[in-house]
Design a protein around this ligand. Structure first.
Ligand code: XMP
Length: 326
């Protein structure tokens, strides 16, 4: 029979066969997919797995701490954190084209993993040890939308599929490659991962970089992070987390509009709210959030976030819009 527990057992067995007694690292993003992939591989190869969390400076408020606590607490996995903020932001400097951003981020993730290898191996590095395998939480929709499925257009390069460099030195281990998100969540539960991890809303690997329309810099990230934390706070307070798939918050960094605040003219940026409902992210509908909640979010963002004087709501389904703006 097809139960999540059976699927988990099969996947664990497949990983064991593929990796043998090799060493693997797993890039953790804080999201459901990489956490479930890591938990599966840990069951298969135990402490031959090391998880690597790359702080690329494109995370939301509190995310780094959350991964360090939740994931390690529930799995006991070995975790290395790589501080790569300056590298990522340096490489992204002045870049506003969405696919270029995605490719840079995909490449820099891999460079960060490569950089972590010597730390993973420790003393074994001197005895010719190697890390041959990179575990990724790639899902079926990631493959399809990156152009990896037959007959599908390349919509956007998911950082862990179309964004990989050509000279990749790792063999990929992608146990979730044929699954959809709801199946991944079921497998995660079968593996005993807590709800804080399994029920988490999706957040893309390229992070806030693909939610800033325009080039990425510290100042814009700080602004978007602030607006995003207000949105998450208000949605949680209104008890809406379970009803939405995710709610990207987007900064239109190259757009300004005229406003009036206090007794003066402002010329600030718009923030876009993109609440969506979905089963598998392949299609989505815009979520009809209650007006009171929208009003609270709008008032708070325009009062609390400097340089933002307008909040707009994205009422586009997927298709024709994608969930993320880039
Ligand atoms: P789109 O924007 O393609 O998003 O409608 C579909 C789902 O995928 C997430 N997403 C990503 N996740 N790496 C990820 O890990 C990526 O490069 C990436 N791009 C989009 C998005 O948040 C949504 O849940």
């Amino acid at each position: 029979t097809w139960t999540a527990a059976n699927i988990a057992e099969d996947l664990i067995e497949q990983v064991r066969t593929q990796v043998g007694d090799g060493q693997a690292i797993c890039g953790l993003s804080g999201g459901v997919d990489s956490a479930v992939a890591a938990a599966l591989v840990q069951r298969a190869i135990g402490d031959k797995l090391t998880c690597v969390f790359v702080d690329h400076g494109l995370l939301r408020a509190g995310e780094r701490e959350q991964v360090q606590q939740d994931f390690v607490a529930s799995t006991g996995a070995r975790l290395i954190t790589v501080d790569a903020v300056d590298t990522f932001l340096g490489e992204l400097d002045g870049v506003s084209d969405p696919e270029t951003k995605r490719k840079i981020i995909g490449r820099e993730f891999i460079r960060s993993f490569e950089g972590a290898v010597s730390e993973v191996l420790g003393e074994a590095a001197e005895h010719g040890g190697a890390v041959d395998f990179l575990v990724q939480g790639t899902l079926y929709p990631d493959v399809v939308e990156s152009g990896g499925g037959t007959g599908t257009a390349n919509i956007k390069s998911h950082h862990n599929v179309g964004g990989l460099p050509e000279d990749l030195q790792f063999k990929l281990v992608e146990p979730l490659r044929l699954l959809f998100k709801d199946e991944v969540r079921a497998v995660g539960r079968a593996l005993g991962l807590p709800e804080e991890i399994v029920a988490r809303q999706p957040f893309p690997g390229p992070g806030l970089a693909i939610r800033i329309v325009g080039s990425v810099n510290q100042e814009r990230l700080t602004l978007l992070r602030h607006a995003d934390s207000i949105v998450r706070e208000e949605l949680t307070a209104a008890g809406l987390d379970g009803q939405i798939w995710q709610c990207p918050v987007v900064l239109l960094a190259d757009v300004r509009s005229v406003g009036v605040q206090g007794d003066g003219r402002t010329y600030g940026h718009p923030i876009v709210l993109r609440p969506v409902s979905s089963e598998d992210a392949m299609t989505a509908d815009w979520t009809r959030l209650p007006y009171e909640v929208l009003e609270r979010i709008s008032t708070r963002i325009t009062n609390e976030v400097p340089d933002v004087n307008r909040v707009v709501l994205d009422v586009t389904s997927k298709p024709p819009g994608t969930i993320e703006w880039e």
